[in-house]
Ligand binder design. Structure first.
Ligand SMILES: *Cc1c(COP(=O)(O)O)cnc(C)c1O
Length: 385
């Protein structure tokens, strides 16, 4: 049996190699490596894909979040509500601007922040809500926007894993005040290096973001704010334009992969499959299931074994040549870096349980039905079913 990687960027590159080569060579020959039409074209195309008036390209998803917070004037003394079950960049950028992340627990089925708990966490210091569309599945934006509008706070969507996902027919990144995207190679729209973008329908936010990521400058060598240097390279923009034209196809292939997994793994005892609801169309950046330790299969409350069962299954899969991944083994409120926030274990039980139970199976558009059968067979074998 052949090895199955978590994702395969080489296989995808081979399908677009000729186009990418000629686009990259064109940029190299042009002498225009920073800014220029490659970047502005990509910004326009991406804005129209997401369904917003403005897109501001930058160097990474992390920078997009950081700049969004700065552009909204968020800083020391301010609070931003976000889930603890996400990649560190979400909360890290809140801390980096000097504000405080205020965590709220997630919903068990969507892995996304629980809007009811968002409402309960709002204080007079709340300056933004930052939902994450985790694994490609959109958060409940109807209820998040309701709470946000009620309290007059902006919403910054962390869309890093969910480019193309829709909530009630609207693309993520067009629902809150700002959407933040990552073009890290493992995301659904990945560059050949780092990249990111902000999307917004607010021209003032777009202009301020552009100023901030250009050393706080609107006019060359005149600086009105402390900013950073965060640009999308012309080469990456040229590659992203090509890849954007395939994104819908690739996202549809990911959907087909997810549907096949769900058929192959239906009714396996102790396996809880990811679900979609009608309002929220996922783009399946990950196919993430939960593994319940045998004792939990009957009474699925609390994982006494702290992830050991899941980790054992994962090693067995690896021994069979199948690479699975754990996103994320430790929630942000229990990370060493956030000990000073004073959250105790048990504070966010749904997130903590997810950290012990989740397992992401190999997922990429080109994954073949035979490979998926091999994954399903090996997983069932590991679970003794
Ligand atoms: C990848 C990711 C980011 C950061 O994006 P980079 O481009 O790697 O900086 C932020 N949030 C989430 C949820 C991510 O998955």
């Amino acid at each position: 049996m052949s090895k199955i990687p978590p994702l395969d960027l080489v296989q995808q590159y081979q399908t677009i190699e000729a186009e990418v080569r000629s686009a990259v060579l064109e940029v190299l020959a042009s002498g225009r490596y920073i800014g220029g039409t490659q970047v502005t074209d990509f910004e326009q195309q991406f804005a129209s894909y997401v369904g917003v008036s403005d897109c501001v390209a930058c160097n990474s998803g992390t920078d997009a979040l950081y700049i969004a917070l700065l552009a909204l004037g968020i800083g020391p003394g301010d609070e931003v509500i976000t889930p603890p079950f996400t990649f560190i960049a979400t909360a890290e950028t809140i801390s980096a601007v000097g504000a405080t992340p205020v965590f709220v627990d997630i919903e068990a089925t969507s892995f996304n922040l629980d809007p009811a708990q968002v409402a309960a966490a709002v204080t007079p210091r709340t300056r933004a809500i930052m939902p994450v569309h985790l694994f490609g599945r959109p958060a409940d934006m109807t209820r998040v926007m309701e709470v946000a509008n009620q309290h007059h706070v902006p919403v910054i969507e962390d869309c890093a894993q969910a480019v193309g996902a829709t909530w009630s027919g609207q693309r993520v990144g067009s629902i809150g005040q700002v959407g933040c995207f990552s073009f890290y190679p493992t995301k659904n729209l990945g560059a050949c290096g780092d990249g990111g973008a902000l999307t917004t329908n607010d021209a003032a936010i777009a202009a301020k973001s552009r100023m901030l990521l250009n050393h706080g400058s609107r006019k060359r060598y005149y600086h009105e704010a402390i900013g950073i240097n965060s640009r999308l390279d012309a080469i990456q923009a040229a590659i992203l334009k090509i890849k954007l034209s395939y994104l819908e196809t690739w996202n549809a292939q990911r959907r087909a992969v997810s549907e096949r997994y769900s058929r192959l793994l239906a009714q396996v005892p102790g396996v809880v499959l990811p679900q979609e609801i009608s309002e929220g169309k996922s783009v399946w950046n990950q196919y993430t299931l939960r593994l319940l330790a045998p004792a939990e299969t009957a009474v699925s409350d609390g994982d006494v074994q702290g992830g050991q069962f899941r980790d054992r299954v994962r090693s067995q899969l690896q021994a069979n040549g199948i690479s699975s991944t754990v996103y994320y083994p430790l929630p942000l409120h229990l990370q060493p870096v956030y000990q000073d926030l004073g959250y105790q274990p048990g504070r966010f039980p749904v997130s903590e349980q997810a950290c012990h139970q989740v397992l992401s199976l190999p997922m990429f558009p080109e994954l073949s039905p035979e490979q998926q059968e091999q994954v399903a067979y090996a997983l069932k074998d590991c679970l003794g079913t």
